[in-house]
Design a protein around this ligand. Structure first.
Ligand SMILES: C[S@@+](CC[C@H](N)C(=O)[O-])C[C@H]1O[C@@H](n2cnc3c(N)ncnc32)[C@H](O)[C@@H]1O
Length: 377
């Protein structure tokens, strides 16, 4: 039987090396995963579901007679598929009370003798044996939001056999130049918020005799951060991508360390491929691959891609990072981007980013570099 050590209180992650308070993490992060409505949102994402389903059933030899660990089993879906694909034993670890529903679902689907649901964080859990496969759906917005891959790394280092495989096995982050009207809408929203503030300043002076104007700058900064500097979730149409996307991070899930993912830094050149376009934002997304390992390659490689898609996309969508003001660009121009992403000091599951971008016209003219901060909250 798998079990949790008594009084286990290992940190579930770290923010710049500082231990994370588990109670705070539960209140801020895990709470929503305890609700069926939230699990259902993920279970209704056809792109996600089809990719994981194909990855398991087209690669059944990886599961037949094998021991599997499902990190963050949620409703238990990946654990149940692993059992249906022939696993001998599946340890399905879930931090929240969703574990009870997962247990019930395993019973109702006739795999309770194979799937053992363990409620607790994977960092604390004790298993009676090492595992052949680790399966997990750990990806957040722009891949790394939520920092759940830390937990998968911890599970891998503790429980995966030396010749074991990771599902998924590889992940990549992408950045692309795009056109969108979202920036105009956000500028309007900001103007409305500031008009409302100015009325408030006038009224407070008139009725209560206090001049609030000293706070106008701070109020504007707060709202600029919210409207213009926060990543915007959107499922973009492919025709909004106006140039060549670039990979800014590649992760081998079998070997990656937390240090490797704590910060992402990249310098990329994004060639513009559309004539007379308005570059109004950069967009970020990710893909993951199920390739098995060099020792144990997949029978059939499967991809889960969250790029802009005509069919409508995924619940992850893409993250839109506004460039204000937008820049007129032409085919043959390129945008040089220096990108950095670190974990927020206040919450290690959220990300602070910095973009420095520089337009190089086809004619050879270089525009001055602009640096902007962005937040993935
Ligand atoms: C993105 S959901 C995926 C759920 C399910 N595997 C699926 O694919 O539908 C991630 C789940 O992992 C759980 N989780 C996140 N970190 C965990 C940890 N360190 N230990 C145990 N469970 C964790 C969350 O509570 C959540 O239910």
């Amino acid at each position: 039987m798998a079990s949790l050590p008594n009084g286990a209180a290992a940190a579930a992650g770290s923010s710049g090396g500082r231990p994370v308070d588990k109670e705070v993490d539960f209140a801020n992060y895990f709470c929503t995963y305890g609700y069926l409505y939230h699990q259902k949102e993920m279970l209704c994402d056809r792109v996600r579901m089809d990719a994981y389903h194909s990855s398991v059933f087209r690669n059944a030899p990886h599961f037949e007679g094998k021991v599997v660990l499902d990190v963050g089993t949620g409703s238990g879906i990946l654990a149940i598929w692993s059992a249906q694909a022939g696993a001998r034993k599946v340890y399905a670890v879930e931090a929240t009370n969703m574990a009870e529903h997962a247990r019930e679902l395993a019973r109702a689907n006739g795999v309770a003798d194979i799937v053992e649901v363990i409620q607790g964080t994977v960092e604390d859990v004790e298993l009676p044996e090492k595992v052949d496969v680790i399966i997990s759906e750990w990806m957040g917005y722009f891949l790394l939001r939520e920092s759940m891959f830390d937990s998968v790394i911890c599970a891998r280092d503790r429980w995966l056999k030396p010749d074991g495989v990771m599902y998924p096995s590889h992940a990549r982050m992408w950045l692309a130049p795009i056109r969108t009207g979202l920036g105009d809408k956000k500028m309007e929203d900001l103007d409305i918020a500031m008009d409302d503030w100015n009325l408030f300043v006038q009224d407070t002076q008139a009725y209560y005799g206090v001049n609030m104007n000293a706070l106008t700058k701070a109020y504007r900064a707060e709202h600029e951060k919210y409207y213009l500097k926060s990543a915007i979730w959107n499922n973009l149409h492919p025709n909004q991508v106006i140039g060549q996307p670039a990979v800014i991070k590649e992760i081998d899930c079998l070997t990656a360390t937390v240090d490797e993912i704590r910060e992402v830094r990249a310098q990329v050149m994004l060639p513009i491929s559309l004539e007379g376009a308005r570059l109004s934002a950069l967009a970020g997304w990710f893909d993951v691959h199920f390739r098995g390992s060099a020792q144990n390659p997949a029978v059939e490689e499967v991809e889960l891609n969250t790029a802009p898609d005509e069919q409508g996309g995924t619940h992850w969508g893409q993250q839109v990072f506004l460039l204000t003001p937008p820049v007129k660009v032409s085919k043959g121009d390129s945008v040089n981007v220096s990108f950095s992403m670190v974990r927020s000091k206040e919450n290690h599951r959220l990300m602070d980013m910095e973009f420095t971008y520089e337009l190089h016209e086809f004619s050879g003219r270089k525009h001055p570099a602009i640096t902007t901060k962005m937040y993935l909250e």
